[in-house]
Ligand binder design. Structure first.
Ligand SMILES: Nc1ncnc2c1ncn2[C@@H]1O[C@H](COP(=O)(O)OP(=O)(O)OP(=O)(O)O)[C@@H](O)[C@H]1O
Ligand SMILES: [Mg+2]
Length: 250
């Protein structure tokens, strides 16, 4: 059931000629297998940098990341901040791509891609190219591509941030429904407090660059999360307070 991660003292410095930028950390966090963790932080605090390190796309300047459960990094699904679909491939082939890279035949890969596109409500659009789809549809294709190989770990980088409120609410609900059926450990990055409170089973708040955790909380809201309930709004308020006081004090 997913893989866990132990992140120990991870730091990232970007060095360019004479200048150096301390982008992240020291950042430490233990993610349990099967957890749905929302990483909430302001712009520029190092969220994408951290996700890229977890995915092995970037090396930390110091510290380490180890994987528990499956033992190795296992399969990772990654939904990029800008969606990053291949414009020359149809929705079906964008989603089939990771399976092809793992050695599946086009036939198998496309059949599986169509099933996952149907899960995200895109039946009938399998043959469309990204430019023929709306922003919300493109995000759903990106989501389907991240999930298609049944990953042990699913990393999502602000997947709904470019959408209007209604569409992002719809996709958050979809995400929650899909996450129930996934065995993956999910790290969902966002700078939207309400999104984190709606989705997260655990919320880690990061402070400004170089990002570290300023609050780590397991969320006890049970069952359906109702945005209008007193419980929900209270929690939202409490995270807003953390943001005001510790993340972006004015
Ligand atoms: N490849 C790079 N080279 C140099 N600096 C970088 C590089 N990638 C990121 N940075 C810097 O590291 C810091 C953190 O960037 P990062 O993209 O991780 O932030 P973020 O939390 O994802 O922000 P946002 O919410 O805007 O996406 C920024 O100051 C950025 O300029
Ligand atoms: Mg980012």
């Amino acid at each position: 059931m997913g893989a866990g991660m132990v992140i120990r003292g991870v730091e990232k410095h970007f060095r360019e000629k004479e200048s150096e930028l301390h982008a992240l950390g020291p950042f430490s966090l233990t993610v349990q297998p099967g957890e749905f963790l929302c990483l909430l932080g302001p712009t520029g605090c190092g969220k994408t940098t951290l996700l890229r390190i977890l995915a092995g796309l970037e090396t930390p300047s110091s510290g380490s990341v180890s994987f528990t459960g499956s033992g190795s990094r296992g399969r990772i699904g990654y939904v990029f901040q800008e969606g990053a679909l291949f414009p020359w491939l149809t929705a079906r082939d964008n989603v089939a791509f990771p399976l092809r890279a793992e050695g599946a035949s086009w036939g198998e890969a496309r059949a599986r891609a169509e099933a996952v596109l149907s899960d995200v409500g895109l039946s009938g659009f399998e043959g469309s190219f990204p430019h023929q789809l709306s922003g919300g549809m493109r995000q759903r294709v990106a989501l389907a591509r991240g999930m298609v190989s049944n990953p042990d770990i699913l990393l999502l980088d602000e997947p709904f941030s470019s959408l209007d409120t209604r569409m992002s609410h719809l996709l958050q609900e979809k995400m929650r429904e899909l996450a129930g059926g996934l065995s993956a450990t999910v790290v969902f990055v966002t700078h939207n407090i309400e999104e984190a409170v709606f989705l997260g089973h655990r919320i880690c708040v990061m402070g400004p660059r170089p990002g570290r955790i300023v609050r780590d909380e397991t969320i006890s809201l049970k069952g359906e999360r109702n945005r209008l309930s007193a419980e929900f709004t209270e929690l939202l308020l409490s995270f807003r307070r953390t943001f005001e006081e510790q993340v972006a004090p004015v």
